[in-house]
Design a protein around this ligand. Sequence first.
Ligand SMILES: C[S@@+](CC[C@H](N)C(=O)[O-])C[C@H]1O[C@@H](n2cnc3c(N)ncnc32)[C@H](O)[C@@H]1O
Length: 293
Amino acid sequence: MKLSSLVYLDSALQATAQQWANRFKLPCVDGCSVAAAKPKVLQRFLSAQCAGEGAAFVFVLASDGLVLHAVEEQHGLSIRADFHGATVTYRRKQGGGKGQMIAKAVGVRSGVYPWVLDATAGLGGDAFVLASLGCRMTLLERVTAVRALLEDGMIQARRFGVAQDAALVEVLDRMTLVEADSLNYLREVSEAKRPDVVYLDPMFPVRTKSAMVKKEMRVFHSLVGQDTDADGLLTAALSCARYRVVVKRPRIAPALAGPSPSHVLEGKSNRYDVYTLEKLPDGLNASGAEGKL
Ligand SMILES: C[S@@+](CC[C@H](N)C(=O)[O-])C[C@H]1O[C@@H](n2cnc3c(N)ncnc32)[C@H](O)[C@@H]1O
């Protein structure tokens, strides 16, 4: 994955843009002149930043946050971590609550809200669902660009929440992002920081018929690469978690190497392999969220 630069589209964001650019040691480019232009013109401007660099991605900072733009796609494609858009908000407010398969896999039930370490956080979708259900979440993501999207997604959502959605702020308060490679973290974590549950969702080659999902997944794959060390993660997770390890897999994928799961929850396209170490005790509540859900 090669990044060319960071382009900002609003002069009020210049200082913030420069901070992000410094962090990534990337050139900071003023794109304000094309901010209001037709998408085609903006796309051409962004592609021009990558030409000659052999780069496929450019960061774009606008008033609605930070995105990673893939210029090689026919009409470009923007990737962001979204915790306050219409779709995630609908799921947070109207979704299946504790009845969702992910909640059952992790062990959320009335009075039980475990502390979950999401060791493969990606863009934070699963972690956000679990935090919405009342779990305290620690998110680990090793790809710097993805971690930046996560960090900015949380900043944007908090800004929105402070202005108009206090419940969203409570969810975000339960999420902590840590800069680490999970393999090292899981092996070295102190006794006090051992989570109740470790959640793993490593990359797996995409096999879907949906063109749009395919495009987004393909771009995300080219961004983070293959998680070839996922089997090692399961071993480390099993010695770190207090009560259980949950592995999300495409329904047809083989289980990670290691012991067989204690039980499996199967959905239409995904399944959850649950490795139970000990029963989650009644009243386990790592976040103090009980009674609100
Ligand atoms: C399939 S994505 C996870 C998607 C996530 N569950 C979501 O809901 O957005 C897998 C992510 O795990 C990250 N990852 C894989 N192995 C890791 C490790 N050892 N440490 C930290 N992150 C890791 C990858 O960089 C990638 O972003």
